[in-house]
Design a protein around this ligand. Structure first.
Ligand code: PEP
Length: 255
């Protein structure tokens, strides 16, 4: 784990179970035999059983977009990491900017989720990233460093089970991706922070870029030395488009 590029799709609140089955009917043959990159799809909770069944025996992994930190109990509307594992998930995305900004999740809660998910054996993709206002105020590094340190507090020894997604909020769903060299600068900074947290395991973390990744910009982004994968929202909804991004990753891995 850790050395292959991770090409991950975040479906957000899109697709029914039936549409999930249809997606994989088209997608699976397009990525058959691709083994130089890790392929992950994170559908809505309700679609997870259909996604796990539709990807049995393939090279495609399934993850969730969120979870709660308690294992079970009176938490109406929540899903625990134990449930995700039992349903066949291998990954969970935590701290996505939509969770932070629409649902008010704070670093302390995200950290509890990270700890709990790791305890149950899920790999965690922790999302960090600055808003446009923070970038324009020169706060990008300060914000990203703080989100990393707070989000990873207490699990610094488990960095080999964690990937980070750098997702500048101004680039998510806007069609305006970060310039590859700007993303690279932040990715290098993220590795420097991880290195301070755990010098032995920092290099095992894949730092993914997310924010308007499409087939026409994936190659340039993935060619940057510290971009070890991508987290793709909108462009992961179509089998054709997401498969193209997977194939770009595969091609770059073979160089
Ligand atoms: C995301 O949801 O994590 C994301 C990066 O979305 P998009 O690719 O649509 O910008």
């Amino acid at each position: 784990m850790g050395e292959k590029l991770l090409i991950a799709g975040n479906w957000k609140m899109h697709k029914t179970p039936q549409q999930t089955v249809e997606f994989f009917q088209e997608f699976n043959p397009k990525v058959e035999g691709i083994d130089e990159v890790e392929i992950l799809i994170c559908p809505p909770f309700i679609d997870i059983p259909a996604a796990v069944e539709a990807t049995q025996g393939t090279n495609i992994k399934i993850g969730a977009q969120n979870c709660f930190y308690e294992k079970e109990g009176a938490f109406t509307g929540e899903i625990s990491p134990i449930m995700l594992r039992a349903a066949g998930c291998q990954y969970v995305i935590l701290g996505h900017s939509e969770r932070r900004h629409i649902f008010g999740e704070k670093d302390e809660v995200i950290n509890k989720k990270v700890i709990s998910a790791l305890e149950e054996g899920l790999r965690v993709i922790l999302c960090v990233g600055e808003t446009l206002q923070e970038r324009e105020s020169g706060l990008t590094f300060t914000v990203v460093e703080s989100q990393l340190k707070l989000g990873l507090s207490g699990v610094e020894d488990k960095l080999d089970q964690i990937d980070i997604a750098y997702e500048p909020v101004w680039a998510i769903g806007t069609g305006v991706a970060a310039k590859p060299e700007d993303a690279q600068e932040v990715h290098a900074f993220i590795y420097s922070v991880l290195n301070k947290l755990n010098p032995e395991k920092a290099s095992k973390v894949r730092v993914l870029y997310g924010g308007s990744v499409k087939p026409n910009n994936a190659e340039q982004l993935l060619s940057q030395p510290d971009i070890k994968g991508v987290l793709v929202g909108g462009a992961s909804l179509k089998p054709e488009t997401f498969a193209e991004i997977v194939k770009i990753g595969q091609r770059l891995s073979n160089k």
